[in-house]
Design a protein around this ligand. Sequence first.
Ligand code: 3AM
Length: 169
Amino acid sequence: MRLFFALWPDADTKNQLAGVAAKLGLPSRSRAVPAPNYHLTLAFVGEVEDTQLASLLAIGGALRAPRCTITFDATEFWAASQVVVAAAQKMPPELLRLWEALHRDLALEPKPALRAHVTLARKVAQAPVLQAMSPLVWRTSSFGLYRSETTGIESAYTVVDTWPLLDKM
Ligand code: 3AM
């Protein structure tokens, strides 16, 4: 199974992101990500055997990290991966620490520059004309381990487990 740790938006944040996506004016043949699939990837684990699941659940369950507020304030076209994302120009320090802790516990190489983002569209072959984005505030309250299955053209994501982020540390 293919797994990743992520933050999933609450309904209000998801709807606001869908509003941003609706105004993108994507080139034809781009694929808008369905709103229920919106997420912020914290760590991509990849293919694992069933026997490895318990240790991943233990890592998630043992992690103590604070809640944070992420302000998404830009839509960006990332040509290399052919995606349009909603991005946060400022990385909240709590989110950076959560990301670092997960990569450390999973013994994954942290990619040098994490940009907090939610992918809104894929297979975007040419740069769209992107409008300025009104800032959108996402208050996180939990993180989770998710399973990704590709059936047909769209990935289907299912929750494996979630853990609370803490009010005070
Ligand atoms: O959150 P985003 O959209 O940037 O592209 C996949 C998605 O990223 C990425 O993991 C996230 C959750 O599916 N992904 C898929 N396959 C990957 C791989 N082999 C990958 N990231 C790194 N290596």
